[in-house]
Ligand binder design. Structure first.
Ligand SMILES: Cc1ncc(COP(=O)(O)O)c(C=O)c1O
Length: 383
């Protein structure tokens, strides 16, 4: 084939470590704790309400911003949990998952040359999104070892060109959850600036040990400048459905919707009706911390006999471990070895850094059936 040559818009993007590790896991019949999604099914009632919507003929384009009843449910949930009112008509938009929400926000707000601060390690779509918008990524590390935000470094990174900062709590990959004090500190730093906040809260309902999720919605000085992003995929064990939402003040939402209109236009109609019906009962999301905390504890307990050093897992469905007592290998070599020789797949944290920073920490996902976790533990506990 003699296709015309392209100049890549993302020359540094190649096959991701997630694809590599999943391929290796499959080839070696390994237990896959690398991939960040459940290996169990969602509540059958959720499938019923979505298929009911399909059978009722709710299969055509919905409103561009999402069906009103789902936007109202999201607004009521945020009011109940965080005591902030978002107008469903002007401030909530249903998206095709959080990934689409984030690229849409970035395309809507970042002009060529604008700086956007990301806190590394971070989710892999942020940086390519900033590059596609012509922005400049400013990488600020979370504190190695604890993954807490370093506010001196964040303050130092803010310049007159800073358009936005992206935060993610509960945090993938580290499992840390920002405290009220940390959110207040961020609010204080941003107060004298025009910097916008993109708050990736996809794991909002997975915070453990009775602690609250400190959404940006809880802080007036943050909420006024924030796009808050969440994902029904994470909350309801349906990552493949790709439906999420963005909550933001009307002026911000209005710009967001201009881009949303032309990069996705609308989001799956019957799934939206199903989610709206399912959300009438808050129990599934209110029970989620206990559901995942039990799995976290099962996994941590099982690893206690090994030489892995367990890092705290305050939220999300990830458990990070320090491998330095187990092996001298780099994170990536260790993950490959673990998959091929021990039969368990994990993800190196270096995959979440632009410079592949290696601190001898790897991430396991515990959103798995107990039997999957037990079979992984059987193999891991000998290390
Ligand atoms: C931090 C973070 N943000 C966003 C997403 C994407 O969510 P969605 O599947 O709704 O696009 C993920 C999924 O792994 C994630 O971990």
């Amino acid at each position: 084939m003699n296709s015309p040559a392209l100049i890549s818009k993302l020359p540094n993007v190649g096959t991701t470590i997630f694809t590599v590790m999943s391929g290796l896991a499959l080839e070696n019949d390994a237990v896959n704790l690398g991939q960040g999604f459940p290996d169990f099914n969602c509540d059958p009632r959720l499938v019923d309400v979505v298929s009911d919507a399909m059978k009722r003929g709710l299969n055509q384009y919905p409103p561009m911003t999402g069906i009103p009843v789902l936007r109202e449910s999201v607004a009521s949930k945020i009011l109940a949990l965080h005591d902030r009112h978002y107008d469903p008509a002007r401030e909530i938009t249903i998206t095709a998952g959080a990934t689409q929400a984030i690229i849409t926000i970035i395309l809507a707000i970042v002009h060529p040359g604008d700086e956007v601060i990301v806190l590394e390690p971070c989710y892999d779509s942020y940086v390519p999104n900033i590059e596609l918008a012509g922005g400049v990524t400013v990488r600020v590390p979370l504190t190695p070892g604890t993954f807490r935000p370093d506010f001196d470094k964040i303050s130092a990174a803010i310049t007159p060109k800073t358009r936005a900062i992206l935060i993610n709590s509960p945090h993938n990959p580290s499992g840390t959850v920002w405290t009220r004090e940390e959110m207040l500190k961020l609010q204080e730093i941003l107060a004298p600036t025009n910097v916008l906040l993109i708050s990736d809260e996809v794991y909002e309902h997975m915070v453990f040990d009775g602690e609250p999720h400190e959404s940006a919605a809880r802080f007036s000085g943050l909420a006024e400048r924030a796009f808050i992003v969440s994902s029904f995929g994470k909350t309801y064990h349906v990552t493949g459905w790709k439906v999420g939402y963005v909550a933001a003040p009307a002026a911000l939402t209005s710009e967001f919707r201009k881009v949303h209109q032309f990069n996705v236009f609308t989001v799956n109609t019957p799934v939206q009706y199903g989610l709206a019906a399912y959300m009438e009962d808050p129990k599934p999301y209110l029970d989620l911390p206990d559901f995942y905390q039990r799995k976290r504890d099962l996994f941590r307990e099982g690893l206690k006999g090994s030489r892995f050093k367990l890092l705290p897992s305050e939220g999300t469905y990830f458990q990070c471990v320090d491998i330095s007592n187990v092996s001298d290998m780099s994170e990536i070599d260790f993950c490959k070895w673990l998959t091929t020789e021990i039969g368990v797949a994990a993800i190196p944290l270096s995959a979440f850094y632009g410079d592949s920073f290696d601190q001898r920490v790897v991430r396991f996902c515990f959103a798995k059936k107990d039997e999957t976790l037990l079979s992984a533990l059987e193999r891991l506990k000998m290390l």
